[in-house]
Write a protein that binds this ligand. Structure first.
Ligand code: ZN
Length: 248
């Protein structure tokens, strides 16, 4: 018996091809729109990133020896890259392993006091749209984990910034149910005159979280969450671009 070869019509394939093409065009257009929208939201802002501590102050020390000062600097550099790509003017309080105390000042406690005062003075001088101070936590017990943000009591903008940042840290790291919390004892939050948050990126006293925080991939993930928190904060408030008045 001879089988008849059935010729299938070609036009249904054309309609599929057209549909795939249209999806690609719409998808790429949407992506471009989102990219442009994000750039417009944060572009032109001025942000100070403050990686905590620095030689000779290591900050918290992890259970396997990771140093807070190294981890927060690595994350801060990633945040800077993300922001600068979108036209944000970024200042870092430090971009290497050093503190801001005067070279002649001796004693760790005295250096830490001077270092913090210098950071506060720098932020108030720069008068940015916001300050993001990056730290890592450590407790005597290993059981605690999860990133958390802090803000000074009584400052609505700082509260919004910390809540936005906490939302994005929860969403993007998937490792924290913590809430943004007010904190009166942190000098950097108490004394700066701009919207500010301290981001504790996790607990170095928790072995699992310490191992994550040492990984380049996880550092980039945390940086992305911090960046997303900044975008959400600016977007939610529809803040006008703020610049320090030229007093020269
Ligand atoms: Zn710290």
């Amino acid at each position: 018996m001879r089988y008849m070869r059935v010729r299938r019509p070609w036009w249904p394939y054309l309609s599929w091809a057209v549909m795939v093409f249209l999806c690609l065009v719409v998808g790429l257009g949407y992506q471009e729109q989102m990219r442009t929208a994000t750039t417009q939201v944060v572009g032109g802002r001025v942000v100070v990133i403050d990686p905590g501590h620095g030689q000779p102050d290591p900050g918290s020390i992890g259970v396997s020896g990771a140093l807070e000062k190294d981890i927060v600097l690595a994350i801060a550099v990633y945040v800077r890259e993300l922001l600068e790509c979108r036209g944000v003017v970024v200042h870092m309080t430090r971009s290497g392993d050093y503190d801001l105390a005067k070279p002649a000042t001796e004693g760790l406690a005295a250096r830490k006091r001077e270092d913090l005062a210098a950071r506060v003075a720098l932020v108030n001088e720069l008068a940015p749209d916001m300050l993001i101070s990056i730290h890592a936590n450590a407790f005597p017990s290993a059981r605690w984990s999860g990133a958390q943000t802090f803000y000074p009591k009584g400052c609505a903008l700082s509260h919004s910034l910390a809540v936005s940042m906490q939302t994005q840290l929860s969403r993007i790291t998937g490792r924290t149910q913590r809430q943004a919390s007010s904190q009166q004892d942190l000098v950097i939050l108490r004394d700066v005159q701009v919207p500010a948050t301290v981001v504790e990126v996790g607990f170095l006293s928790n072995p699992q979280e310490e191992a994550l925080l040492k990984q380049d991939e996880y550092q980039q993930r945390v940086a992305w969450a911090i960046y997303a928190g900044i975008v959400q904060y600016v977007n939610d408030l529809s803040l006008p671009v703020h610049h320090k008045e030229d007093t020269s």
